[in-house]
Design a binder for this molecule. Sequence first.
Ligand code: MN
Length: 717
Amino acid sequence: MIRIGDIIEKIETYNPDFDEDLIRKAYIFSAKAHQGQIRLSGEPYLIHPLEVAGILAEMQLDEPTIATGLLHDTIEDTFATYAQIKALFGQEIADLVEGITKISKMSFSSSEDTQAENFRKMILAMTRDIRVILVKLADRLHNMRTLKFQKPENQQRIAQETLDVYAPIANRLGIEWLKSELEDLSFKYILPDAYLTLERKIVKSEKERDHYIEFVKKILTEKLREEGIIADVSGRPKHLYSIFKKMQSQNIEFSDIYDITAFRVIVNTIPECYEVLGIIHNLWTPIPGKFKDYIALPKSNFYQSLHTTVIGPKGERIEIQIRTHEMHKVAEMGIAAHWKYKEGINLDERDDKRFSWLRQLFEYQKDLKNNAEFLETIKIDLFPDEVFVFTPTGEVKSFPRGSSPIDFAYSIHTEVGNHCKGAKVNGRIVPLRYNLHNGDRVEIITHPQAHPSKDWLKLVKTSRARTKIRQWIKTQEREQSIQLGRELLEKETKRYSVNLSHLYKDGSLERVAQAFSLQTVDDLLATIGYGKITSRQIIRRILSFHDGEPEKPEVVEKPFKKILTRITRKDQTSVLIRGEENVLIRLAKCCNPLPGDKIVGFITRGRGITIHRADCDKVLNSDPQRLIDAKWKSGESILHPVRIQTLSTDRRGLLAEITKELSNLGADILSANVQTTEDHQAINQFVIAIKDLKHLNKIIRALNHIKGIVEVKRIHA
Ligand code: MN
């Protein structure tokens, strides 16, 4: 059983100036917090944090990390709180302990590959301080070493989780010994029979293997000495799980000791590595295709070595790794080998290079800021572009950063997305514009009446959600157009005293659709709605089926009204509805919009689309479902009737001046109304033909300059 004194001694060997008080304080706090608790083994609980701290000291980590090892279960399992730990040990250690607590709360139930990968990523992503992961791995290692005290069903689950999630993380961080031990311990519980058989064979062949190792070692060491190279040569069995995997993948039985022995040559310099390789290839025949140069091309976890396989003295295959002492340290300890962040604050260029491997490790070189900053904070965003969240059933899903609950809803099912009304994140209701965070548990609230809107397109990040929303809107717009087309056509048929339903029944509409090369009557109605074909054209076509020319309706128009009608009708081409020309529109009388005004279309019942100013009261109070995008077509110079009113003193000749000014500015007067009040003021109203808002403003400015004019305004009557 490890004692606090052992841990302190261990730290002293690599960090003589460490803060011993801090470690002792953490030890005492942990001892008090866990007092009375016992482990399943029957031992005092305190053994566990002590062992974890011991493993971390073995990895030569800094005092805050080792203190965290001692405290790591206090928030989760005792009455100790984050605030307490922060008050006693500071923010840094409190955050580390809290980080471990968060990871421990994650439940991992599925062994599906993608799930495991997501979990690994999530753990890494949620842990912005990599030391949290190191403590978690040490914690898991000790729990695996004492797994025999757990119930059998828990053993299976914990071992599988270790193999799926934690061993790959250790591998990713390049800590070889930890990865191997976690794998072997998991293997032992997941496939106990295979494990025991393999272990028995290895034990049985121990003597023979030792002889063989000595034999190869002797030949190699002497040969290297002849060439003037001092090297550590060693041979040892590979770890069980790697032998097992090799047997599985190559579908072979464990036959002899050669298959399970690996040799390693450790030298001082990189040139010596290549020299040793040459000597070995001279001594024994290399097997083609088995040589790998991980010195020139390091693995993503910064592992470096030369690997070769040769035909040995007994005709057997020998696997040999060649590396420097420095590379060996990195291979064994991984990230921890370089964990000297304190010196790192004053980085020189050499250190900068040394740490560049971390960037490779996390494959996000381009997104990391400068190394110095990174080391200063010791916080890394390992997956800056992704967030990982839970479904209510505990499944993990990944999304682009900045995604909203709508993205989540569409990832579940299109219908969930199309009826998404809101979301609960970690049990709380959030708005749809909420940004998903790592570890969020997301639940979607749906409602049959809820449906997508154009605004959603601004909130979503996934292409799936974007596509589905666009699809919905398009379908919706088509339905709107069919509805509008039907109403326009009905209105037109009424003028000819024809019943629309009759035209449906007798197949006339179908024939018209065919005549216009359209598939269905709905297509025809949508085309009318979009204004591509007018309802009058349809009627003419139908009447031509019946061999008759349509009778022109008798319309009696006063000359003045005629002008207005002509002008208004021309306006139809000056407005684009959803980017479409030639849609049947009317300008609303209530607000009388002018080119330049912000406008919106209103789908009336049976009278086409009316164009209102966007700020018109009537629009603001109408059914938003019936509103439709409308825009002025630019570059059109069509005249619009606008009513203006002037207030002035009742001065002789003023009216003449006003009309002169209007004609100078190119505004025809369509009608005029002159009134005089009792207090000798004049109120004049003119309906003038205006090009656009700019034109109108120019006129208003000009009239305002006329002597005697008090006020000029546009009125909507
Ligand atoms: Mn623990």
